[in-house]
Ligand binder design. Structure first.
Ligand code: CMP
Length: 352
């Protein structure tokens, strides 16, 4: 709120009537913001040695390292306007440097980091787009200059003017002055507008696909880490776990969610990556913790669920559907034997 208020104040202060009426108040407010930002900065630096990634370092080194992180550099940059204003008092434009504080908002938007990673990962494709756009712009400008340069010298009389024309055409800015005078000119304008749509759609598609990839990658990493923690898969190598991750679905359930209902048809087995569940078994309630699995009995016997299972806290599950379950135990007899042994032991008490 303070960052937004500070930026809004800076923008408002460029209106002469506001400057006259509230100038001193806004100036005071800005000093107050700087004070709060300074306290925040100092507090962050103070606790920096507690940061998990910096814990091994000596406090001074940890703080130095921390000060170099992008967000801390932005926080430090937010003080520069204050210093500049002291150095050049009364210069109105210097005040606009306060707008750099807008970047401080980045801390509160984790998705911004994702955009940064996507842009960085797709930089080659995006550079290619810029080259294509520049090429189209130059070609359209050259064609228009050749065709109408002499007819409309005020708009197309030289290449810089013609480039501005084609840039406006590609970006569909519009305006009377863009009108071609000749039939050939209109043809060039039509093609330029169509190419403009293509040129701007291309980076959108690239960034969109990049986002999808990034999210899929993150899901994969999360599921992989969860699967690697499950003892049932502990003998598998990384490549096999990674194959497994492709078929496992991660699911988070809240406390109290009934995951399995007794008597239902079995369609999946569940592995507990974190949290705990309670099995309402005939001989009493059984608590299953991180690393355990359940829901295997109905899949093995192809009969109905033997008990209801409820989450007793927020629980991360990996779900293996029936078809994949049978494929995995066929392909990995060791896992099959382990699952059957557990199912047998669970069935045991029922026989007494
Ligand atoms: P399923 O019958 O498919 O669905 C209910 C699940 O609860 C069952 O598979 C087992 O995984 C689990 N379960 C049933 N009885 C017990 C028990 N006595 N101890 C631990 N888990 C059980």
């Amino acid at each position: 709120m303070l960052i937004l208020a500070n930026v809004a104040g800076t923008v408002a202060q460029t209106l002469p009537e506001i400057e006259v009426q509230y100038g001193t108040d806004l100036q005071l407010f800005d000093r107050l913001c700087v004070l709060v930002f300074a306290i925040e900065y100092a507090a962050r630096m103070w606790v920096a040695p507690e940061h998990p990634l910096l814990r091994g370092l000596r406090p001074a080194r940890a703080r130095l390292r921390f000060a170099q992180t992008p967000m801390m550099v932005i926080d430090a940059a937010a003080f520069v306007p204050f210093v500049l204003e002291l150095m050049f008092p009364g210069v109105a434009y210097v005040r606009l440097t306060r707008l750099v504080r807008f970047l401080k908002l980045a801390r509160y938007s984790p998705a911004l980091g994702t955009i940064g990673r996507v842009l960085s990962a797709e930089r080659r494709a995006l550079l290619a787009c810029i080259i294509i756009i520049a090429g189209v712009m130059l070609a359209a400008a050259a064609a228009m200059y050749a065709v109408e340069g002499e007819i409309q010298p005020e708009h197309l009389g030289d290449m810089p003017k013609a480039i501005w024309w084609s840039a406006a055409m590609l970006a569909k800015i519009g305006g009377e002055w863009l009108q071609p005078m000749t039939a050939l000119g209109r043809l060039i304008a039509t093609i330029t507008v169509m190419l403009g749509i293509f040129c701007f759609a291309l980076p959108v598609a690239i960034i969109g696909r990049g986002f999808y990839e990034e999210i899929r990658r993150r899901d994969f990493v999360v599921t992989f880490a969860m699967a690697a923690r499950v003892p049932l898969f502990s003998r598998l190598d990384a490549a096999s776990i990674s194959d497994l991750v492709a078929i496992l679905k991660a699911r988070t359930v809240h406390a109290g969610t009934v995951i399995i209902r007794k008597g239902e048809q079995g369609d999946a087995m569940y592995l507990i990556a974190s949290g705990a569940v309670e099995v309402d078994a005939p001989e009493g309630k059984v608590r299953l913790e991180e690393g355990a699995f359940f829901g295997e009995m109905a899949l093995l016997s192809r009969e109905r669920r033997t008990a209801s299972v409820t989450a007793i806290k927020s629980t991360d599950l990996l779900v293996l559907d029936s078809e994949d379950f049978h494929r995995i135990i066929d392909r990995n007899p060791e896992i099959g034997a382990q699952v059957r042994a557990v199912a047998q032991a669970r069935k045991g008490p029922l026989l007494h």
